[in-house]
Design a protein around this ligand. Structure first.
Ligand SMILES: *[C@@H]1O[C@H](CO)[C@@H](O)[C@H](O)[C@H]1NC(C)=O
Ligand SMILES: *[C@@H]1O[C@H](CO)[C@@H](O)[C@H](O)[C@H]1NC(C)=O
Ligand SMILES: *[C@@H]1O[C@H](CO)[C@@H](O)[C@H](O)[C@H]1NC(C)=O
Ligand SMILES: *[C@@H]1O[C@H](CO)[C@@H](O)[C@H](O)[C@H]1NC(C)=O
Ligand SMILES: *[C@@H]1O[C@H](CO)[C@@H](O)[C@H](O)[C@H]1NC(C)=O
Length: 457
């Protein structure tokens, strides 16, 4: 046997390197083959699930140590994955834990967490719930429908519309005592825009479309969306300054939510202005986050990936945004040809990046041919999102991909109590989506960023 020859061990090909290290081989991905994508999805989901099981806090279903919303985003990803792959091995736990975290008032605002949540944290659970509705994820008997949970989140958030500054918008943080309260950010507003648009399409209730219009119009009147500057999307704007300035970090998910929401609005209304917005945002997203440096067809979270400064939030953005790109393609046929090669190029790249350690661990830099050493639930989820987006592209010709349910029973519970914390437990700042580091970056710039990097070592 020669050095470098390939052994086959229990189906997994292991390469013996000169140093004697064992490296698991790439996941071979054939982007036009549903079977190939399905087995890649399976291989990537398995370690993600192990991380999930190991990282739950004190066994509380759906509560991960150090974060609350990430599990919600993982359920969103897994439900979308289940629909296009048929892999239902996680469904019963996903169903239970997604319902469990809806909390005592079925609104994803349980008082265990509500004192320190941002709007974006709660929003992700709302997106998981509407994804369950759209995909026909089985309802839980004796519990509210997934749609009613999504509606509860949207209603609660639209009630937080805040005209004290900036003539509107929702703030990043929910409570005035939180750092970052006065910031208005794109993921909170854009996420609610996407949730509203999808609720409108799913229920055909016009109220949600009106909310979506309102959120878009407000966002486009602030520096958050700058259509005149080639569809630039800023990360945040400051309420204290009446929303005339902007925090300019470029994150793919900010583009993703406004893009997918616009596509849904175009699909539902046929209004040309939404087509314009869809193609405009898509153009910038595809140009900025698929750098020519890596051939132009591999997704990269360019602001942090190269220097390995992505935090546990940022590590996810590409995965969610890949699925929102696939959703855009299925909603607006005109975008499909532009999106397809980007998602396909990324899937092949994911197959190479996911060759870490002994169980196909994925890393963060899809453009790199071998694992980059970053491991965890977030990078697995991100890769699973990338694979799932390709399965969505292959099945998007089937009309059932994204369902609507205008006549469905809407067992809407409006028993929630908004913004009335009954206790003030210790605030755990590390748990939020945007985490305070974004505020620091936004406010103090690169000096603070450097400090953070040193601190993380
Ligand atoms: C809230 O915290 C209590 C005590 O840790 C726990 O038993 C319960 O499951 C938690 N509820 C949620 C929704 O996380
Ligand atoms: C539409 O949604 C709004 C907001 O949730 C609700 O108040 C209204 O009752 C709904 N209308 C119908 C016809 O269901
Ligand atoms: C599309 O949007 C751009 C940028 O706002 C604008 O200049 C252009 O006139 C719009 N085109 C149409 C057809 O609405
Ligand atoms: C709206 O979405 C459906 C489902 O994906 C699709 O069949 C239809 O062609 C879309 N409509 C437009 C105008 O693109
Ligand atoms: C949680 O997940 C990380 C990977 O993101 C892992 O390194 C760590 O050991 C896990 N923590 C626990 C308590 O299991």
């Amino acid at each position: 046997m020669r050095w470098g020859s390939v052994l086959s061990l229990g189906g997994a090909a292991l390469v013996v390197l000169l140093q004697g290290q064992l490296v698991l081989s790439d996941i071979p991905i054939e982007v036009t083959s549903t079977d190939s994508l399905k087995s890649a999805g399976k291989a990537i989901a398995a370690p993600m699930w192990t991380f999930y099981e190991q990282n739950q806090t004190e066994g509380i279903p759906g509560k991960l140590t150090g974060t609350w919303y990430v599990a919600g985003a993982m359920f969103m990803t897994l439900i979308q994955y289940w629909q296009v792959s048929g892999d239902n091995q996680y469904n019963s736990v996903v169903s239970h834990d997604l319902m469990f975290q809806a909390g005592r008032n079925y609104d994803y605002f349980d008082s265990n967490y509500s004192q320190w949540l941002g709007n974006d944290d709660q929003m992700f659970w709302g997106l998981a719930a509407i994804t369950a509705s759209e995909t026909g994820f089985p309802e839980v008997s004796g519990k509210p429908t997934w749609t009613s949970l999504a509606r509860a989140v949207a209603t609660m958030q639209i009630n937080r519309w805040n005209t004290e500054q900036c003539d509107g918008g929702i703030t990043w943080q929910i409570h005035p005592w939180q750092a970052g309260y006065t910031l208005r950010n794109s993921i909170s507003n854009g996420g609610l825009f996407l949730l509203s648009a999808r609720l409108g399409r799913f229920t055909t209730n016009q109220t949600y479309f009106e909310w979506a219009e309102q959120i878009w119009d407000w966002s486009a009147d602030t520096p958050l969306i700058q259509a005149e500057k080639n569809w630039y999307v800023a990360d945040s704007t400051s309420g204290d300054n009446n929303c005339i300035d902007s925090g300019d970090m470029q994150w793919s998910y900010n583009y993703g939510v406004y893009l997918a929401g616009s596509a849904v609005m175009y699909n539902a209304t046929g209004d040309q202005k939404w087509l314009n917005r869809t193609t405009g945002l898509m153009g910038r997203l595809l140009q900025h986050f698929f750098p020519q440096e890596y051939g132009g067809n591999i997704f990269s979270e360019v602001a942090c990936e190269k220097l390995h400064t992505c935090d546990r939030n940022m590590l996810n953005f590409k995965g969610w945004t890949s699925m929102w790109l696939a959703m855009t393609a299925s909603m607006v046929a005109e975008t499909r040809d532009a999106i397809l090669p980007k998602l396909q190029g990324s899937a092949v790249a994911i197959g190479k990046q996911c060759d870490g350690e002994t169980e196909n661990l994925c890393g963060s830099r899809w453009y790199q041919d071998t694992w980059d050493g970053i491991k965890g639930l977030e990078v697995q989820m991100c890769a699973l999102g990338g694979i799932t987006s390709n399965l969505m592209m292959l099945s998007s010709t089937s009309a059932k991909t994204i369902r609507t349910n205008p006549n469905g029973r809407e067992q809407f519970l409006d028993t929630y109590s908004d913004d009335t914390p009954d206790a003030l437990p210790a605030i755990s700042t590390g748990d939020r989506v945007g985490s305070w580091i974004l505020t620091i970056l936004w406010g103090a710039g690169i000096v603070a960023a450097a400090w953070w990097l040193i601190k993380q070592k």
